[in-house]
Structures are given as structure tokens and as C-alpha cells.
Design a protein around this ligand. Structure first.
Ligand code: HEM
Length: 450
């Protein structure tokens, strides 16, 4: 199944093979919600921050739905097709939720922190930045950025870390191509954005000099800069003219304070995620030369039309396989307004739920941990993958991410042959998104046709 199909048809088909929850949750058979028994959550919180396999270990002990406590916050972890399908089918009982540091750094106007009509209205406005027409507008500029990266690799006389180049590319797509900034403004925005990002998952306080207060100061500067961009009379570059006339849920135009917070969210949501998928894609191909050859035979023989229509099944399957093994976003949160039933367990009102998207460890000797994109084409894989989330809050920038990944994969794989530098750590650092620890050091050689 293609990545594009899998996500776009999510609500209609993704979970058709599963039991859909009955309209009244209490009619379903109900079992006691498994719990770790943590009360204050101090030790659990220490384990949570230190141990990347925190959730997976507890899933193995308690099953796909369990409750624990992290520093006084009761939180239910969920994984797997059935509980996730149940959750997404009961969206009326849920609202968006973020840890307080993220909530404060994004701001109260951000659509990530809104629910109901206010959330929907802003999704409609911001979504115009990712319409088919908008993507057609961005394509030539993204292609120029791809070519710049290819040239930089080819002109380099020594091995180059590829991941930082891919990060710069992903940031430029949002800052230059979507927001229309010039390079100076982009670099200044980037410097503040790095300070802002460092405190996203930190303890929110107002003590001067802490990462959080530095990040809140950076947030003020970021919003000022974004508002300057919005107030420029001629929004001739980028896509911002597309959202200028956007209105809120009561039909009143969104003011610049509101729009600036939506743009800040795009930097947060769209940069690390896409950079991570690109780094993991090239890492996987370089570590699995047979898959690389299999993919290249599709890319070298496809027509321009297939490329335009995105009918590149092997490329789609390869990207999906990368996201299966290393989802750029490890999970998403909700809070229960009223109780919900997840795979037969009742989760009470006022609980935070974290849906975990990282794959569970195989319990048998299957090829589950292998990088094998063919599984998405030969019918041997029947789980539902949701790297872009699902339901009312499904990723708003998915079409842009797909476009960036496709253009970069085609641009690099068709014109240069990459080789891994032999001395480097290829393991992945997981936070904030999976990235090769040593930056994926490569050498590049031009592919000569004929
Ligand atoms: C490979 C790249 C990406 C992945 C894997 C990804 C994944 C996700 C996930 C898992 C969510 C949470 C969904 C939920 O809460 O149910 C999300 C939300 C979001 N994403 Fe992405 N994303 C990617 C790229 C982008 C890009 C490029 C943009 C825009 C520039 C973007 C904008 C957003 C926004 C605005 C939301 C919030 C939606 C809402 O709360 O209604 N994402 N994304």
C-alpha cells in the first residue's frame, strides 16, 4: 500500500479490519485498566526521561493499554491497531493536550492548543499553505534547494556529514519557500528557533537564565519577526498571501498575533520531522545496498509522468518502511473529557493519553526488525502505520513533507552515488527525532550515464 493512500484514506479504510467501538461505550465488555501501580510518579518520571524503552518495557508487562503516573500526572500509554482505532473513533470525548512547557512555548492562540471550532477554523486557514496549488507553487524553489545540496556534496573534497545539510534544507523549505523569508531573516530566525526548541520539553519556570526563560524570550523575538513578515505590504514571496484572508470560527479575520503563532507551530512541526525522515532514508539505503539497487531500478526507468503523479511504488514503500522502523514523531497526546473505551479497557475522564508510534519489539524470529520495503508491496504486512497521526489532528503538513522527501530522494539518488565514510557511529540519537549520531558522513560521486 502506498504511503499517500495509507494516510489520505485513513478515516475511511485504515482500520476496516478491526472491531469498531459501539456507540455506547458501557455496552462493551470492560476490563480493569492495567496499571504500573505508581502513585507519586517520581521514579517513573526518572525512568521515562532516562530510558528510551520506557513505554515498550511496560507494554510487554501490561499489554497495549496501561496507566502510570509521571510526577503526579496520570497518563495512559496506548499502542497497537485496536486501541488506536478505538481512540480515533471517540474523538468527541477527547481534546488535544501538550506538556505545559510545549503549551506555553507554542502559545494559547496556536491551533495545537485549541479544540473544537477554533481548532477547525485555524486548520482550514493554515491548510491552504499545503493545498495542491500551493505545492505546485513551491516545487520549483524546493528543486533549487535540492540542487544546491547536490552541488555542495559534489564540490566537497572531503567526507561531509549529510544530516546537517538535510536539516538546513528542511528549515529552508519552511522559512524561505513557505514563509518567503530572505536568507538573512532565515538565519536570524533559525538562531532563535534553536534556543526555543531546546526548552520544549523542560520544566517551565520564570527563573532568569534557565533554558525555559531563554526560550520564552526567543519566542517573543520569533513572533515579532513573524509579524514583521506578515505585515510586509507585498507578500509576493512564499505562500503567506494564501492565508491572508483567513477567518476564525466566528467569521472574523485572524489578526497577526494569531497568524504568527500558527507560523511558529509550522516551524516546530515541520522541520525536525522532515529532516529526520530524510536522514533515516539515506542511512537505511546506504546500510542496505540491495534495497538501494532495487529502488534505483525503479527511479532510473520511471517516466516524468509517473514522477508527477507520484506513482513510484518502490519509493513510497521505502519511505513508509523508514517511518515504520524510525517514526519521526514518537507519539501524540490527547486528554479525555469523558471516559473512553480502548480495546475493552475503560479510561476515565481527565486522563492524558499518549499514543506511542514507535514499533514494538518482535516477540518471535520474524523479519520485523529488518529494513524490507517490499513488505508493503507483497501483502505480507497488515498493520496500520500512522506516522502522521490520524483523525481530526492528522498532520497538516503531510503533503509538503511527502513532496520534500520525494524531490530530495529523486534529486540525490538519480544524480549522485553516496558512500558511507567507514569510521562513524551510525546509531540513531532518538531525541527530538531519530538522527544518526555522527551526522551520516558520506562521500559523493557524480553518476555518469552511459
Ligand atoms: C515526515 C514529516 C512529518 C511527520 C512524520 C509528521 C507527523 C505529525 C504527527 C504525528 C502529528 C500529530 C497528529 C496528532 O496529534 O494526531 C502532526 C501534527 C502536525 N503537523 Fe506534522 N509531521 C511531519 C511534517 C510536517 C510538516 C512539513 C508540517 C508543516 C510545515 C507539519 C505540520 C503539522 C501541524 C500544523 C500539526 C498539528 C495538527 C493539529 O494539531 O491539528 N508536519 N504531524
Amino acid at each position: 500500500m502506498e504511503l499517500v493512500d495509507l494516510q489520505d484514506n485513513f478515516d475511511k479504510t485504515a482500520f476496516n479490519h478491526l472491531r469498531v467501538p459501539q456507540s455506547h461505550p458501557t455496552l462493551m465488555s470492560q476490563a480493569q485498566l492495567p496499571t504500573t501501580g505508581a502513585l507519586t510518579g517520581v521514579l517513573e518520571a526518572l525512568a521515562f526521561f532516562r530510558d528510551p524503552s520506557f513505554a515498550q518495557q511496560r507494554f510487554q508487562t501490561h499489554g497495549d493499554v496501561f496507566e502510570t503516573c509521571l510526577l503526579g500526572q496520570r497518563i495512559v500509554f496506548v499502542q497497537g491497531d485496536q486501541p488506536t482505532a478505538d481512540l480515533l473513533a471517540q474523538s468527541a470525548c477527547l481534546e488535544g493536550w501538550w506538556p505545559e512547557s510545549v503549551r506555553l512555548l507554542l502559545g494559547s492562540r496556536s491551533l495545537a492548543n485549541r479544540n473544537g471550532d477554533g481548532h477547525k477554523a485555524r486548520r482550514r486557514v493554515v491548510g491552504q499553505l499545503f493545498s495542491s496549488a500551493a505545492l505546485r507553487r513551491y516545487t520549483p524553489e524546493i528543486s533549487v534547494l535540492v540542487q544546491k545540496l547536490v552541488d555542495e556534496l559534489l564540490n566537497s573534497t572531503s567526507p561531509q556529514p549529510l544530516s546537517p545539510l538535510l536539516r538546513r534544507f528542511a528549515f529552508s523549505v519552511i522559512a524561505n519557500v513557505v514563509l518567503g523569508l530572505d536568507d538573512r531573516n532565515r538565519d536570524e530566525l533559525f538562531a532563535d528557533f534553536e534556543i526555543w526548541t531546546k526548552a520544549l520539553f523542560s520544566i517551565p519556570n520564570s527563573i532568569p537564565g534557565t533554558p525555559f526563560t531563554r526560550a520564552m524570550n526567543a519566542r517573543r523575538r520569533l513572533l515579532t519577526r513573524l509579524k514583521q513578515v506578515l505585515s510586509t505590504d507585498s507578500l509576493s514571496k512564499g505562500g503567506l498571501d494564501l492565508i491572508r484572508g483567513g477567518v476564525d470560527e466566528t467569521g472574523i479575520s485572524l489578526d497577526d498575533d494569531d497568524l504568527a503563532e500558527q507560523l511558529l507551530l509550522l516551524l516546530f512541526a515541520g522541520y525536525e520531522t522532515t529532516a529526520s525522515s530524510l536522514s533515516c532514508l539515506f542511512r537505511a539505503l546506504l546500510m542496505n545496498p540491495k534495497v538501494n539497487t532495487w529502488l534505483l531500478s525503479e527511479l532510473s526507468s520511471h517516466s516524468e509522468q509517473a514522477e508527477r503523479e507520484q506513482s513510484l511504488p518502490r519509493l513510497n514503500a521505502t519511505v513508509l518502511e523508514v517511518m515504520r522502523l524510525n517514526p519521526p514523531v514518537g507519539g501524540f497526546f490527547r486528554r479525555t473529557k469523558t471516559s473512553v473505551m480502548l480495546a475493552g479497557f475503560e479510561v476515565p475522564a481527565d486522563r492524558v493519553i499518549q499514543v506511542v508510534l514507535t514499533p514494538s519489539l518482535p516477540s518471535d524470529d520474524s523479519d520485523f526488525s529488518d529494513f524490507r520495503p517490499q513488505r508493503h508491496l507483497d501483502g505480507s504486512f497488515d498493520q496500520t502505520l500512522l506516522p502522521f497521526g490520524g483523525g481530526e489532528r492528522v498532520c497538516l503538513g503531510k503533503a509538503l513533507a511527502d513532496l520534500e522527501i520525494r524531490l530530495m530522494a529523486l534529486g540525490v539518488l538519480k544524480s549522485i552515488e553516496l558512500q558511507l565514510h567507514p569510521i562513524q557511529d551510525l546509531s540513531l540519537q532518538q531525541i527530538p527525532s531519530p538522527t544518526p549520531r555522527d551526522g551520516l558522513v558520506v562521500t559523493a560521486k557524480k553518476i555518469t550515464v552511459g
